[in-house]
Write a protein that binds this ligand. Sequence first.
Ligand code: SF4
Length: 410
Amino acid sequence: MKQFNVPNIYRSSLISAVKNKRKQNDKLKKDFTPTLLNFGPVHIYLARHFGFCYGVENAIEIAFTTIDENPGKRIFLLSEMIHNPQVNADLQERGVQFLQDTYGKQLIPFDELNENDVVLIPAFGTTLQVEALLKAKGIQTEKYNTTCPFVEKVWNRSEQIATKGYSIVIHGKPKHEETRATFSHASSNTPAVIVNDMKDTIELAKFITGEKKPEDFYTAFQGRYSDGFDVTKDLRKIGVVNQTTQLATDTQAIAEYLKQAMKDRYMLNDSNISERFADTRDTLCYATNDNQSAVTGMLQTDADLAIVVGGYNSSNTSHLVELCEEKLKTYFINSADKLLSKNEIHHCNWVTKEEKVTLDFLPGKDPVKILITSGASCPDAIVEEVIAKLLTFYPESISIDDMAERLDSN
Ligand code: SF4
């Protein structure tokens, strides 16, 4: 895979050593067991895959190069480039301004832009409307477009399905930048509707089977269907695509549910269901799949707790938390500062996004076994800081440098 020029502030020599070793020993990425780092009184189990993905490294490289190559110019980002507070803060410190917040709320009016400005499109992509608006202002976005190729792949897949007459059901968070962008691209080719979860899916299926009156659709899915959507016609042939960072099992269940609704409604079976239901499998990206599989592998370890590191508004990170919580006590933090002491941690509830305090989160055991992973937008440097902070609570631990040396010499 392509190597990107990512600032060293985001790298960690310890974690690079771990990842390189795992890569060498498992080139085909078949082994999802975690890596044990035995620090003595603390055993850290690092997930097989975590941290910056292709799309995030690509976006960071483009953003930092753009800053270097455009001294004196105003540089804007449409919204957060990725869902990581440190990376976004670093860009703002270097003078980059955000035009919208992560939910599309305007922070700086588009009217203030002119053709001399540089506008970066984030890794999630953007809507056709915003693209057209920037173009109309004479702003060239091609060079500064950090849209991840795996997001574009979903748009291309939607287009392919659309040409065969299928409407698109998008499984994603309706307000997420990527889902809004995918909805915009998909609905330029065919009718489209967004489902957030299984509850929405069950509702949508009732309009397919006729259990619900068509006129109720427009209230039930307000703000989530394309212009001119005709529920009496546009759910006769469908395909499902998803936000690239959804939970794989959720998308699979949603697609299966809708497929069954189509079978019931049109009396189809496995041999002819493709007439009305496009087989898209799922459109999760490789990083989402690898990171979720690595968490499943990591959870086979008998451990005391899990720590998941990443931005609180990061969808892919929240899903890793969701998976871990099913198995053991899990703490979702966005920096090492959240580990206040051996007795106190501040962590996020992935559903409500509220931070709460937990006392005595580390058991009085020797060794304490901790599972650690991070989201696709989290720098490895932050994961190393988290490990370093944990080690300060156990003065007899070996140091990070000694551990990195051991890994190098093995
Ligand atoms: S999580 Fe996947 S789709 Fe999103 S930026 Fe990373 S590689 Fe691209």
